[in-house]
Ligand binder design. Structure first.
Ligand code: MN3
Length: 209
């Protein structure tokens, strides 16, 4: 992802609000993007407003050095900076639920590291459905192209010094509750069909240089 700096702005969805129907309806996307994600952007900007020296840092740099930030803003940057990073990748990782399958290098890596596409899917679903409380499940790669599935709590991100995220699924209730209520597994099943494999493949190729 291209690195943005303060003041962070709400990025528009890269598709129409009805593009993910029937997996995610317009109301869900409006609330999720226009309200939840926007709140993280606003709160991150507020947290950084008194720290001009930090306003020059890109988002992933801020997240990499949370432990070195002034104590007063470590938690706001962890929660809201993570919220911005995670939601931007989440929205950007999806597309209309028709006609795209993994292929090429990324598919080969999935088969190598998980046994098969189906086995990867089962493990990814387990990570997403089994995440207790709010959080995310990710597919990430290291610099050598080795894939792994990561779970994070709240708005935490994986260790960005070690891995490059390819995509992720939001399992906070706000991501699915309007449409699926408590049926997180059904939402995750549908989400698999929304994965933008073309973009994932591009991220993977960039990550391994
Ligand atoms: Mn969310």
């Amino acid at each position: 992802m291209k690195e943005e700096t303060y003041p962070f702005v709400v990025k528009p969805l890269p598709y129409e609000y009805d593009a993910l129907v029937p997996v995610l309806d317009q109301e869900t996307l409006h609330f999720h993007h226009d309200k939840h994600y926007k709140t993280y952007v606003d709160n991150l900007n507020a947290a950084l407003s008194d720290y001009p020296e930090l306003q020059k840092l890109g988002l992933s740099d801020l997240l990499r050095r949370i432990d070195h930030l002034p104590a007063a803003i470590q938690t706001p940057v962890r929660n809201n900076g993570g919220g911005v990073y995670n939601h931007e990748l989440y929205f950007d990782s999806m597309k209309s639920p028709v006609g795209q399958e993994p292929s090429g290098l990324l598919l080969e890596a999935i088969e190598r590291d998980f046994g098969s596409l189906q086995q990867w899917k089962e493990q990814m679903k387990q990570a997403a459905v089994g995440r207790f409380g709010s959080g995310w499940a990710w597919l990430v790669t290291d610099r050598d192209g080795k894939l792994s599935i990561v779970q994070t709590a709240n708005q935490d991100v994986p260790d960005l010094d070690k891995v490059i995220p390819l995509f992720l699924v939001d399992v906070w209730e706000h991501a699915y509750y309007l449409q699926y209520q408590n049926r997180r597994a059904d939402y995750v099943d549908g989400w698999f069909g929304l994965i933008n494999w073309r973009k994932a493949q591009k991220r993977y190729e960039e990550a391994i240089g």
